[in-house]
Design a binder for this molecule. Structure first.
Ligand SMILES: [Zn+2]
Length: 477
Protein backbone atom coordinates (compact mmCIF):
# COMPACT_ATOMS: atom_id res chain seq x y z
CA UNK A 1 0.00 0.00 0.00
CA UNK A 2 1.27 3.47 -0.90
CA UNK A 3 1.88 5.83 1.96
CA UNK A 4 0.28 9.22 1.56
CA UNK A 5 2.95 11.45 0.02
CA UNK A 6 3.08 13.81 2.88
CA UNK A 7 3.61 11.26 5.53
CA UNK A 8 7.12 10.85 4.16
CA UNK A 9 7.84 14.30 5.39
CA UNK A 10 7.82 13.29 9.02
CA UNK A 11 9.05 9.76 8.74
CA UNK A 12 12.61 8.83 9.67
CA UNK A 13 14.05 6.55 7.02
CA UNK A 14 16.97 4.15 7.56
CA UNK A 15 18.09 1.96 4.68
CA UNK A 16 19.84 -1.32 5.42
CA UNK A 17 20.83 -4.09 3.00
CA UNK A 18 17.53 -5.79 3.87
CA UNK A 19 15.24 -2.96 2.79
CA UNK A 20 17.46 -1.34 0.17
CA UNK A 21 16.45 -0.68 -3.42
CA UNK A 22 18.89 -1.40 -6.23
CA UNK A 23 21.53 1.35 -6.20
CA UNK A 24 23.26 2.33 -9.41
CA UNK A 25 26.26 4.51 -10.15
CA UNK A 26 26.90 5.67 -13.72
CA UNK A 27 24.26 3.21 -14.88
CA UNK A 28 25.77 0.18 -13.18
CA UNK A 29 24.45 -1.57 -10.13
CA UNK A 30 26.68 -1.25 -7.08
CA UNK A 31 26.77 -2.69 -3.59
CA UNK A 32 27.13 0.37 -1.43
CA UNK A 33 28.09 -1.78 1.58
CA UNK A 34 31.04 -3.31 -0.24
CA UNK A 35 34.52 -2.27 0.80
CA UNK A 36 34.81 -0.07 -2.26
CA UNK A 37 31.87 2.15 -1.34
CA UNK A 38 31.33 1.69 2.41
CA UNK A 39 33.33 4.75 3.37
CA UNK A 40 31.26 7.15 1.26
CA UNK A 41 27.94 6.99 3.11
CA UNK A 42 26.23 6.38 6.47
CA UNK A 43 28.76 8.44 8.41
CA UNK A 44 28.13 11.86 9.82
CA UNK A 45 30.37 14.76 8.87
CA UNK A 46 31.74 14.89 12.41
CA UNK A 47 32.76 11.21 12.13
CA UNK A 48 34.64 11.88 8.92
CA UNK A 49 36.39 14.89 10.45
CA UNK A 50 37.46 12.85 13.51
CA UNK A 51 38.82 10.00 11.38
CA UNK A 52 40.79 12.37 9.18
CA UNK A 53 42.15 14.31 12.16
CA UNK A 54 43.45 11.10 13.71
CA UNK A 55 45.04 10.20 10.39
CA UNK A 56 46.85 13.56 10.23
CA UNK A 57 47.99 13.19 13.84
CA UNK A 58 49.38 9.70 13.17
CA UNK A 59 51.31 10.96 10.17
CA UNK A 60 52.37 13.99 12.24
CA UNK A 61 51.26 16.32 9.50
CA UNK A 62 49.75 19.73 10.24
CA UNK A 63 46.36 19.72 8.46
CA UNK A 64 46.37 23.53 8.54
CA UNK A 65 49.85 24.00 7.09
CA UNK A 66 48.78 26.90 4.89
CA UNK A 67 48.09 28.98 7.99
CA UNK A 68 51.17 30.87 9.13
CA UNK A 69 51.91 30.72 12.89
CA UNK A 70 48.81 30.39 15.13
CA UNK A 71 50.13 27.28 16.92
CA UNK A 72 47.85 27.55 19.93
CA UNK A 73 44.79 28.32 17.82
CA UNK A 74 45.44 25.29 15.60
CA UNK A 75 45.58 23.03 18.66
CA UNK A 76 42.28 24.46 19.93
CA UNK A 77 40.62 23.91 16.55
CA UNK A 78 41.78 20.29 16.44
CA UNK A 79 40.57 19.60 19.96
CA UNK A 80 37.19 21.22 19.33
CA UNK A 81 36.66 19.28 16.09
CA UNK A 82 37.75 16.03 17.70
CA UNK A 83 35.15 16.44 20.41
CA UNK A 84 32.50 17.14 17.81
CA UNK A 85 32.04 20.83 18.49
CA UNK A 86 31.18 23.67 16.20
CA UNK A 87 33.62 26.56 16.10
CA UNK A 88 33.19 30.31 16.37
CA UNK A 89 36.21 32.32 15.23
CA UNK A 90 36.28 35.69 16.91
CA UNK A 91 38.53 38.45 15.65
CA UNK A 92 38.80 41.56 13.53
CA UNK A 93 38.62 41.26 9.79
CA UNK A 94 41.64 40.29 7.75
CA UNK A 95 43.37 37.98 10.22
CA UNK A 96 42.50 34.73 8.49
CA UNK A 97 39.17 33.54 9.91
CA UNK A 98 37.91 32.61 6.44
CA UNK A 99 41.23 31.01 5.49
CA UNK A 100 41.03 28.89 8.63
CA UNK A 101 37.52 27.71 7.79
CA UNK A 102 38.61 26.76 4.27
CA UNK A 103 41.55 24.92 5.74
CA UNK A 104 39.22 22.84 7.93
CA UNK A 105 37.37 21.76 4.78
CA UNK A 106 40.36 19.53 4.06
CA UNK A 107 39.24 17.27 6.92
CA UNK A 108 36.00 16.41 5.13
CA UNK A 109 36.01 13.44 2.76
CA UNK A 110 37.05 14.37 -0.78
CA UNK A 111 33.81 12.94 -2.10
CA UNK A 112 30.69 11.25 -0.78
CA UNK A 113 27.91 9.20 -2.31
CA UNK A 114 24.62 11.02 -2.72
CA UNK A 115 21.26 10.38 -4.29
CA UNK A 116 21.42 11.78 -7.80
CA UNK A 117 19.25 14.83 -8.33
CA UNK A 118 18.78 15.51 -4.63
CA UNK A 119 18.87 19.24 -3.95
CA UNK A 120 20.76 18.70 -0.69
CA UNK A 121 22.90 15.66 -1.63
CA UNK A 122 21.18 13.14 0.60
CA UNK A 123 22.89 10.06 1.96
CA UNK A 124 21.32 6.97 0.28
CA UNK A 125 21.05 5.19 3.64
CA UNK A 126 19.54 8.06 5.64
CA UNK A 127 17.90 10.61 3.36
CA UNK A 128 16.39 13.63 5.08
CA UNK A 129 14.51 15.23 2.20
CA UNK A 130 11.08 13.67 1.59
CA UNK A 131 11.60 13.34 -2.12
CA UNK A 132 14.56 11.03 -1.46
CA UNK A 133 12.76 9.21 1.34
CA UNK A 134 10.03 8.37 -1.09
CA UNK A 135 12.52 7.30 -3.73
CA UNK A 136 14.51 4.90 -1.56
CA UNK A 137 11.36 3.31 -0.15
CA UNK A 138 9.38 3.02 -3.36
CA UNK A 139 11.63 2.94 -6.40
CA UNK A 140 13.13 -0.30 -7.63
CA UNK A 141 16.34 1.40 -8.55
CA UNK A 142 17.94 4.59 -7.22
CA UNK A 143 20.69 6.35 -9.12
CA UNK A 144 23.62 7.64 -7.02
CA UNK A 145 26.40 10.07 -7.72
CA UNK A 146 29.64 11.23 -6.12
CA UNK A 147 29.64 14.81 -4.85
CA UNK A 148 32.85 16.66 -3.97
CA UNK A 149 33.28 18.23 -0.51
CA UNK A 150 31.27 21.38 0.03
CA UNK A 151 32.19 24.71 1.65
CA UNK A 152 29.05 26.84 1.74
CA UNK A 153 29.54 30.46 2.78
CA UNK A 154 26.53 32.01 4.48
CA UNK A 155 27.00 35.77 4.72
CA UNK A 156 25.69 37.51 7.84
CA UNK A 157 23.13 39.69 6.18
CA UNK A 158 20.73 41.57 8.51
CA UNK A 159 18.16 41.59 5.68
CA UNK A 160 18.32 37.84 5.19
CA UNK A 161 14.98 36.04 4.97
CA UNK A 162 14.02 32.61 6.28
CA UNK A 163 13.67 31.35 2.74
CA UNK A 164 17.14 32.48 1.79
CA UNK A 165 18.71 31.03 4.90
CA UNK A 166 16.80 27.83 5.43
CA UNK A 167 14.42 27.42 2.55
CA UNK A 168 10.80 26.55 2.25
CA UNK A 169 8.56 23.56 2.03
CA UNK A 170 4.97 24.02 1.05
CA UNK A 171 2.78 21.41 2.71
CA UNK A 172 -0.10 23.11 0.93
CA UNK A 173 1.37 22.36 -2.49
CA UNK A 174 1.95 18.73 -1.51
CA UNK A 175 -1.69 18.44 -0.44
CA UNK A 176 -2.69 19.93 -3.77
CA UNK A 177 -0.92 17.01 -5.42
CA UNK A 178 2.27 18.66 -6.57
CA UNK A 179 5.21 16.33 -7.07
CA UNK A 180 7.67 16.32 -4.17
CA UNK A 181 10.46 17.36 -6.55
CA UNK A 182 8.51 20.35 -7.83
CA UNK A 183 10.45 23.59 -7.27
CA UNK A 184 7.43 25.20 -5.63
CA UNK A 185 7.26 22.40 -3.10
CA UNK A 186 10.80 22.45 -1.84
CA UNK A 187 13.47 25.15 -2.21
CA UNK A 188 16.50 24.63 -0.02
CA UNK A 189 18.16 27.75 1.44
CA UNK A 190 21.87 28.21 2.07
CA UNK A 191 21.97 26.12 5.23
CA UNK A 192 20.19 23.10 3.75
CA UNK A 193 22.59 23.24 0.81
CA UNK A 194 25.43 22.75 3.31
CA UNK A 195 23.97 19.35 4.31
CA UNK A 196 26.86 16.85 4.52
CA UNK A 197 29.36 19.66 4.05
CA UNK A 198 30.81 22.65 5.83
CA UNK A 199 28.60 25.67 6.53
CA UNK A 200 30.66 28.82 7.06
CA UNK A 201 28.66 31.59 8.73
CA UNK A 202 30.56 34.74 7.89
CA UNK A 203 29.54 37.27 10.56
CA UNK A 204 27.06 35.07 12.38
CA UNK A 205 26.06 37.97 14.65
CA UNK A 206 24.65 39.89 11.68
CA UNK A 207 22.02 37.25 10.96
CA UNK A 208 18.65 38.44 12.37
CA UNK A 209 18.12 37.02 15.85
CA UNK A 210 14.85 35.24 14.99
CA UNK A 211 16.74 33.32 12.32
CA UNK A 212 19.52 32.51 14.73
CA UNK A 213 16.98 30.76 16.95
CA UNK A 214 15.79 28.76 13.95
CA UNK A 215 19.33 27.79 13.11
CA UNK A 216 19.82 26.43 16.57
CA UNK A 217 16.68 24.32 16.24
CA UNK A 218 17.66 23.14 12.80
CA UNK A 219 20.83 21.58 14.18
CA UNK A 220 19.13 20.13 17.27
CA UNK A 221 15.60 19.13 16.34
CA UNK A 222 14.14 16.90 13.71
CA UNK A 223 11.81 19.55 12.47
CA UNK A 224 11.30 23.26 12.73
CA UNK A 225 8.50 25.63 11.89
CA UNK A 226 9.46 28.96 10.40
CA UNK A 227 7.67 32.21 11.31
CA UNK A 228 6.09 32.03 7.84
CA UNK A 229 4.51 28.71 8.81
CA UNK A 230 6.76 26.54 6.68
CA UNK A 231 7.70 23.26 8.27
CA UNK A 232 11.24 22.06 7.65
CA UNK A 233 11.13 18.42 8.72
CA UNK A 234 14.79 17.58 8.57
CA UNK A 235 17.85 17.63 10.73
CA UNK A 236 20.86 18.92 8.88
CA UNK A 237 24.21 17.25 9.22
CA UNK A 238 26.88 19.86 8.64
CA UNK A 239 30.05 21.07 10.24
CA UNK A 240 29.33 24.58 11.45
CA UNK A 241 32.12 27.10 11.46
CA UNK A 242 31.22 30.71 12.16
CA UNK A 243 33.05 33.98 12.45
CA UNK A 244 32.34 37.18 14.31
CA UNK A 245 33.96 40.53 14.88
CA UNK A 246 34.48 41.75 18.42
CA UNK A 247 31.22 43.22 19.71
CA UNK A 248 32.54 46.74 20.22
CA UNK A 249 32.70 47.08 16.48
CA UNK A 250 30.09 49.22 14.72
CA UNK A 251 27.29 47.46 12.89
CA UNK A 252 27.75 44.09 14.52
CA UNK A 253 24.98 42.62 16.58
CA UNK A 254 25.13 39.81 19.08
CA UNK A 255 25.00 36.09 18.74
CA UNK A 256 22.06 34.59 20.59
CA UNK A 257 22.66 32.60 23.75
CA UNK A 258 21.47 29.14 22.65
CA UNK A 259 23.56 29.30 19.50
CA UNK A 260 26.60 30.60 21.34
CA UNK A 261 26.22 27.75 23.78
CA UNK A 262 26.68 25.29 20.92
CA UNK A 263 29.99 26.72 19.74
CA UNK A 264 33.54 26.89 21.01
CA UNK A 265 34.98 30.38 20.67
CA UNK A 266 38.52 30.65 19.35
CA UNK A 267 40.13 34.09 19.12
CA UNK A 268 42.01 34.93 15.94
CA UNK A 269 44.29 37.94 16.29
CA UNK A 270 46.98 39.58 14.18
CA UNK A 271 50.21 37.69 13.45
CA UNK A 272 52.38 37.54 16.56
CA UNK A 273 55.70 38.38 14.94
CA UNK A 274 56.86 40.57 12.07
CA UNK A 275 58.32 37.44 10.44
CA UNK A 276 54.84 35.88 10.35
CA UNK A 277 53.37 39.13 9.06
CA UNK A 278 55.89 39.13 6.19
CA UNK A 279 55.30 35.45 5.41
CA UNK A 280 51.54 36.01 5.23
CA UNK A 281 52.08 39.06 3.02
CA UNK A 282 54.33 37.22 0.58
CA UNK A 283 52.12 34.12 0.50
CA UNK A 284 48.97 36.04 -0.38
CA UNK A 285 50.28 38.61 -2.86
CA UNK A 286 48.45 38.62 -6.14
CA UNK A 287 51.57 39.72 -8.02
CA UNK A 288 53.57 36.52 -7.85
CA UNK A 289 56.33 37.62 -10.20
CA UNK A 290 58.16 40.84 -10.89
CA UNK A 291 60.74 42.93 -9.08
CA UNK A 292 62.25 41.52 -5.90
CA UNK A 293 61.22 42.95 -2.55
CA UNK A 294 64.40 42.88 -0.46
CA UNK A 295 64.20 42.11 3.24
CA UNK A 296 64.65 45.74 4.34
CA UNK A 297 61.61 46.85 2.38
CA UNK A 298 59.54 43.92 3.66
CA UNK A 299 60.50 44.95 7.19
CA UNK A 300 59.76 48.64 6.69
CA UNK A 301 56.31 48.02 5.19
CA UNK A 302 55.27 45.27 7.61
CA UNK A 303 56.43 47.22 10.64
CA UNK A 304 54.56 50.33 9.46
CA UNK A 305 51.33 48.29 9.40
CA UNK A 306 52.10 46.64 12.74
CA UNK A 307 52.88 49.99 14.30
CA UNK A 308 49.40 51.26 13.40
CA UNK A 309 47.92 48.32 15.33
CA UNK A 310 50.10 48.79 18.35
CA UNK A 311 49.14 50.65 21.52
CA UNK A 312 52.62 52.14 21.39
CA UNK A 313 51.95 53.82 18.06
CA UNK A 314 52.00 57.59 18.55
CA UNK A 315 48.67 57.77 16.76
CA UNK A 316 47.13 54.85 18.64
CA UNK A 317 44.37 56.94 20.20
CA UNK A 318 43.49 58.38 16.79
CA UNK A 319 43.21 55.05 14.94
CA UNK A 320 39.78 53.50 15.36
CA UNK A 321 40.03 50.65 12.89
CA UNK A 322 43.46 49.14 12.46
CA UNK A 323 44.90 47.88 9.17
CA UNK A 324 44.82 44.06 8.87
CA UNK A 325 47.08 41.65 7.02
CA UNK A 326 45.33 42.70 3.84
CA UNK A 327 47.12 46.05 4.17
CA UNK A 328 50.48 44.27 4.33
CA UNK A 329 49.59 42.07 1.35
CA UNK A 330 48.51 45.05 -0.76
CA UNK A 331 51.56 47.10 0.25
CA UNK A 332 53.82 44.33 -1.01
CA UNK A 333 51.78 44.10 -4.21
CA UNK A 334 51.89 47.84 -4.87
CA UNK A 335 55.62 48.38 -4.32
CA UNK A 336 56.37 45.36 -6.50
CA UNK A 337 54.00 46.69 -9.14
CA UNK A 338 55.68 50.09 -9.09
CA UNK A 339 59.19 48.62 -9.24
CA UNK A 340 58.24 46.25 -12.04
CA UNK A 341 56.67 49.06 -14.06
CA UNK A 342 59.76 51.21 -13.66
CA UNK A 343 62.04 48.36 -14.68
CA UNK A 344 63.72 48.12 -11.25
CA UNK A 345 65.21 44.71 -10.48
CA UNK A 346 64.32 45.23 -6.83
CA UNK A 347 62.11 47.67 -4.95
CA UNK A 348 63.65 51.11 -4.37
CA UNK A 349 62.53 53.86 -1.99
CA UNK A 350 61.09 55.74 -4.97
CA UNK A 351 58.60 52.86 -5.34
CA UNK A 352 56.91 54.16 -2.17
CA UNK A 353 56.01 57.30 -4.17
CA UNK A 354 57.56 60.72 -3.72
CA UNK A 355 55.31 61.43 -0.76
CA UNK A 356 54.54 57.75 -0.12
CA UNK A 357 51.54 57.87 -2.48
CA UNK A 358 51.96 54.17 -3.30
CA UNK A 359 51.94 53.28 0.40
CA UNK A 360 48.89 55.49 0.94
CA UNK A 361 47.15 53.69 -1.92
CA UNK A 362 47.39 50.43 0.02
CA UNK A 363 46.57 51.86 3.44
CA UNK A 364 44.03 54.64 2.99
CA UNK A 365 40.96 52.40 2.71
CA UNK A 366 42.24 49.91 5.26
CA UNK A 367 42.21 51.94 8.46
CA UNK A 368 39.89 54.46 10.05
CA UNK A 369 40.61 57.42 12.30
CA UNK A 370 38.28 59.21 14.71
CA UNK A 371 36.18 62.06 13.34
CA UNK A 372 37.75 64.95 15.14
CA UNK A 373 41.30 63.80 14.54
CA UNK A 374 43.29 66.93 13.78
CA UNK A 375 45.67 64.92 11.68
CA UNK A 376 44.68 63.41 8.32
CA UNK A 377 45.03 59.77 7.33
CA UNK A 378 47.72 60.72 4.83
CA UNK A 379 49.73 62.52 7.47
CA UNK A 380 49.53 59.49 9.74
CA UNK A 381 50.74 57.20 6.93
CA UNK A 382 53.64 59.54 6.14
CA UNK A 383 54.73 59.71 9.77
CA UNK A 384 54.37 56.00 10.42
CA UNK A 385 56.29 54.97 7.27
CA UNK A 386 58.99 57.50 8.03
CA UNK A 387 59.34 56.04 11.54
CA UNK A 388 59.55 52.54 10.08
CA UNK A 389 62.30 53.60 7.65
CA UNK A 390 64.12 55.22 10.59
CA UNK A 391 63.99 52.10 12.65
CA UNK A 392 65.09 49.70 9.90
CA UNK A 393 67.85 52.14 8.90
CA UNK A 394 69.18 52.42 12.42
CA UNK A 395 69.53 48.67 12.73
CA UNK A 396 71.36 48.57 9.38
CA UNK A 397 73.56 51.46 10.50
CA UNK A 398 74.35 49.71 13.77
CA UNK A 399 75.40 46.58 11.89
CA UNK A 400 78.14 48.32 9.85
CA UNK A 401 81.55 47.45 11.33
CA UNK A 402 83.71 50.49 12.17
CA UNK A 403 86.48 49.81 9.61
CA UNK A 404 83.90 49.07 6.90
CA UNK A 405 82.14 52.34 7.70
CA UNK A 406 85.41 54.25 7.30
CA UNK A 407 86.04 52.62 3.92
CA UNK A 408 82.52 53.44 2.73
CA UNK A 409 82.84 57.06 3.83
CA UNK A 410 86.19 57.37 2.14
CA UNK A 411 84.74 56.07 -1.10
CA UNK A 412 81.76 58.43 -0.87
CA UNK A 413 84.03 61.38 -0.11
CA UNK A 414 85.99 60.61 -3.22
CA UNK A 415 82.90 60.26 -5.42
CA UNK A 416 81.16 63.30 -3.84
CA UNK A 417 77.86 62.26 -5.33
CA UNK A 418 76.74 58.62 -5.49
CA UNK A 419 74.07 57.50 -7.90
CA UNK A 420 73.04 54.03 -6.75
CA UNK A 421 71.62 53.19 -10.18
CA UNK A 422 75.12 53.60 -11.70
CA UNK A 423 77.57 52.88 -8.88
CA UNK A 424 77.42 49.14 -9.26
CA UNK A 425 79.61 47.16 -6.87
CA UNK A 426 80.63 50.23 -4.92
CA UNK A 427 80.47 48.62 -1.51
CA UNK A 428 81.31 45.11 -0.45
CA UNK A 429 79.08 45.53 2.58
CA UNK A 430 76.01 46.25 0.41
CA UNK A 431 76.71 42.99 -1.40
CA UNK A 432 76.72 41.12 1.89
CA UNK A 433 73.21 42.43 2.59
CA UNK A 434 71.77 40.93 -0.60
CA UNK A 435 70.12 37.55 -1.01
CA UNK A 436 70.43 37.92 -4.75
CA UNK A 437 72.64 40.07 -6.99
CA UNK A 438 69.51 41.76 -8.35
CA UNK A 439 69.10 43.45 -4.98
CA UNK A 440 72.41 45.35 -5.08
CA UNK A 441 71.05 48.77 -6.14
CA UNK A 442 68.36 48.59 -3.50
CA UNK A 443 70.93 47.50 -0.88
CA UNK A 444 73.24 50.34 -1.76
CA UNK A 445 70.38 52.80 -1.52
CA UNK A 446 69.19 51.62 1.90
CA UNK A 447 72.80 51.61 3.13
CA UNK A 448 73.27 55.22 2.05
CA UNK A 449 69.84 56.12 3.43
CA UNK A 450 70.88 54.60 6.77
CA UNK A 451 74.07 56.65 6.82
CA UNK A 452 72.08 59.74 5.85
CA UNK A 453 69.47 59.26 8.56
CA UNK A 454 71.81 58.18 11.33
CA UNK A 455 75.00 60.18 10.80
CA UNK A 456 73.96 63.08 8.60
CA UNK A 457 77.22 62.67 6.66
CA UNK A 458 75.36 62.14 3.38
CA UNK A 459 72.12 63.57 2.06
CA UNK A 460 69.54 62.20 -0.34
CA UNK A 461 69.24 64.72 -3.14
CA UNK A 462 67.17 62.73 -5.66
CA UNK A 463 65.91 59.27 -6.60
CA UNK A 464 68.80 57.03 -5.56
CA UNK A 465 71.25 59.95 -5.47
CA UNK A 466 73.21 60.77 -2.32
CA UNK A 467 75.65 63.63 -1.84
CA UNK A 468 78.57 63.73 0.56
CA UNK A 469 77.58 66.48 2.97
CA UNK A 470 80.91 67.04 4.69
CA UNK A 471 82.32 67.78 1.26
CA UNK A 472 79.58 70.32 0.53
CA UNK A 473 80.17 72.10 3.79
CA UNK A 474 83.90 72.42 3.04
CA UNK A 475 83.41 73.87 -0.41
CA UNK A 476 80.66 76.25 0.69
CA UNK A 477 82.87 77.69 3.41
ZN1 LIG B 1 17.08 14.30 -0.96
Amino acid sequence: MKIMEFEYIFEEVKIKPSNAPKFTLNGEEIDIWSEKFANYHSKSIVDYVRENLVRYEQMQIDPFSEIVGKKVEKELVKTALMSGSNILFKGKKGYGKTTFSKSILKLLPEKILAIKGCKIHDDPTQPVCFSCKKRVLEANSVELTFVPRKWIRIPGDPMMTTRQLIGGISIQKIREGYDLDHPEVFTPGRVLKAHRGLAYFDELGSIPSALQTLLHELFEEKQITTPEGDIIPMRIDALIIASTNPANYKGVSDIKEPLLDRMEQIDIGPPETIEEEIEIGLKNMSLKKGARIPEWHLKILASAVRCMRSKNCRYANRIEVEPSCRATIKLFDHVRASATRKGHEAVMLSDYGERFEIVKLALRSRFEIDYDAEISKDEIVEAVVNDAIDSVCSSIYASIPRNVFNDIMEAIAEMRVVNVYKANGFSQFAHSMCKDSNEIKSALEILLESIARCSGLVERIGDGIYAYKAYDRQTRV
